[in-house]
Design a protein around this ligand. Sequence first.
Ligand code: NAP
Length: 255
Amino acid sequence: MGKVAIVTGGSRGIGRAICLSLAQAGYQVVVNYFGNAAAASETVDLIHAGTASQAVAIQADVGSETDRKVLLEKTLERFQRIDFLVNNAGISSIGRKDILEADEASWDRVFSTNLKGPYFLSQAVANWMIAHASVVEKPGIINISSLSAVSASLNRGDYCIAKAGMTMMTQLFALRLAEHGIRVWDVRPGIIDTDMTAGARDKYLKKIEEGLIPIPRMGAADDVGSVVAWLATSPMTYSTGDVINVDGGYHLRKL
Ligand code: NAP
């Protein structure tokens, strides 16, 4: 059995592209999803049709402790090992309300999915990797944060703060896991064309036309997927904790 990667939120969008890229790179893939079983099984089918890798869809809410346990148990039952974790699952701010109007229900959902889930899933996977160091190969964790970790959107305060927290989470786990050879990276997408951005697509396209992004287009899910697979398979064995921007140069300041 080859190397195994768990990708949270692998059913759609960026997560699906990550699953496909990792499968093309030779990983067996666990396609985690929340509610969209049909999309998850489509990702599995695409992997089986287009690559020599094996894949399985596993339902789990990353924000639930019980579900995270099930995710690991089923992964190990099917593949017996975990070499890589991609914390990709995420949701946007519910209702996208101004920070003077935003409610706690959105805060709780966003923090549970975008920060608490990745934090404790990383903890569980890292402990498994440490306990099975002789089995795992080039182990690593990639956190899919966002340009929102450093770029303020007043109608998505909870999302921005959770993503900023994820950036610190990357530093913490990178430091803690370095001695165990487990590398941890923060892959930071810009504006990517997926279901998450569909509602604001026209607004973003107009801003891009007006010069918002140096590489003047929305990103495609595969722009992120291919970077994740490249990191997972790259010779970067003496690097950890870095932020990799996949944002068309959005983060560059200009005057
Ligand atoms: P998307 O198209 O909305 O897909 C979200 C994925 O997350 C789906 O697979 C969904 O599963 C899964 N998910 C949602 N809640 C979950 C939960 N509680 N437990 C497990 N899985 C859950 O989003 P996307 O645009 O691909 O975004 C993926 C990641 O990239 C997110 O972390 C997002 O914050 C980040 N990001 C996106 C952009 C962008 O412009 N799109 C930019 C920066 C960062 P179901 O299909 O089952 O619902």
